[in-house]
Design a protein around this ligand. Structure first.
Ligand SMILES: [Zn+2]
Ligand SMILES: [Zn+2]
Length: 294
């Protein structure tokens, strides 16, 4: 007894009063008012589904907002982490594609420049017009050099066929040689122009996707952070939350809630995910078309 008293600090036999610990707990520690698993991210919300990729339980809010409508997980629910990973992979894939296309574009332009120099020198003896025409055709050849030479070399054996007279055969062969060269040069002109338009439009489109998908990543992360703080502080208005919770200081979603209200911000979030889904679809289609065009 004495030892116990000492331990309690009441050695002078003055009764000590220990105030009861407050029974109020913040909602985050409250026992959920539902049976079954809670959302992995929002532990005061019941889970309505499981992530199609990793199996984490997710609440209705998560289910509605991290939905991917296309590709491998079309029509299925993904959790926040898996959704983030998917968008991040998309951004990564876009960056790689962009780098590949930029490389091809640079090679094409270098080919055009070299071709133009050779062509101008070649055609210079025929005056300005000759220099321009040769310069243009050779620039086109330089831009699609691989295809041009493949076509031209594979048709050479057909140029020289025996006509019974060796001189006639050689003349006919040379005419075919020169004719074929110009026909393939004109084909190369269309091909090079088409390639350059494709490269430029691909790079423009892709950089737009990279930008908006990166923004989507940030918005999804902000949305998750906001909903976690909001659920732990139910009943507190957004102004107070923004003032008190330093983690929301640079949270763009919380700012959007303040500006447009909860509903307006949610609509923006749905737009963001819809845009991302649309991009996923365009990226997949563009990749298939891109492989054919390159
Ligand atoms: Zn998951
Ligand atoms: Zn949730």
């Amino acid at each position: 007894m004495n030892d116990e008293k000492k331990a309690n600090g009441s050695i002078d036999s003055i009764p000590t009063f220990t105030p009861p610990t407050p029974t109020f707990e913040p909602p985050k520690n409250a026992k959920p008012a539902f049976n079954g698993p809670a959302c992995h991210y929002h532990n005061d919300e019941p889970a309505v589904a499981r992530c199609a990729k990793c199996g984490k339980p997710i609440c209705k809010d998560c289910y509605d907002n991290y939905k991917v409508s296309g590709g491998q997980y079309a029509g299925k629910a993904l959790c926040f982490d898996c959704c983030q990973e998917l968008v991040a992979n998309n951004v990564e894939e876009l960056r790689n594609n962009y780098a590949t296309i930029k490389g091809q574009y640079i090679i094409c332009i270098i080919g055009c420049v070299i071709g133009a120099i050779v062509g101008i020198m070649w055609g210079a003896s025929a005056g300005v017009e000759g220099a321009l025409i040769y310069g243009l055709l050779c620039a086109a050849i330089g831009g699609s050099a691989g295809n041009f030479f493949k076509r031209f070399i594979s048709s050479i054996p057909g140029f020289f066929v025996s006509t019974g007279n060796i001189v006639v055969s050689i003349i006919v062969g040379l005419i075919k040689f020169v004719g074929c060269f110009f026909i393939y040069a004109i084909v190369a002109l269309f091909e090079t122009v088409r390639k350059i338009i494709y490269y430029i439009s691909y790079m423009k489109k892709t950089s737009g996707f990279i930008e908006s998908d990166s923004a989507a990543l940030k918005q999804m992360a902000d949305y998750m952070e906001y909903t976690m703080v909001r659920n732990q502080n139910r009943g507190i208005d957004i102004e107070t939350l923004l003032n008190q919770k330093s983690e929301l200081a640079d949270n763009t979603y919380a700012q959007m809630v303040q500006e447009r209200g909860e509903e307006g911000a949610e609509a923006a979030m749905r737009d963001c995910v819809a845009t991302f889904n649309e991009h996923g679809e365009i990226i997949r289609n563009f990749n298939v078309a891109g492989r054919d065009a390159a």
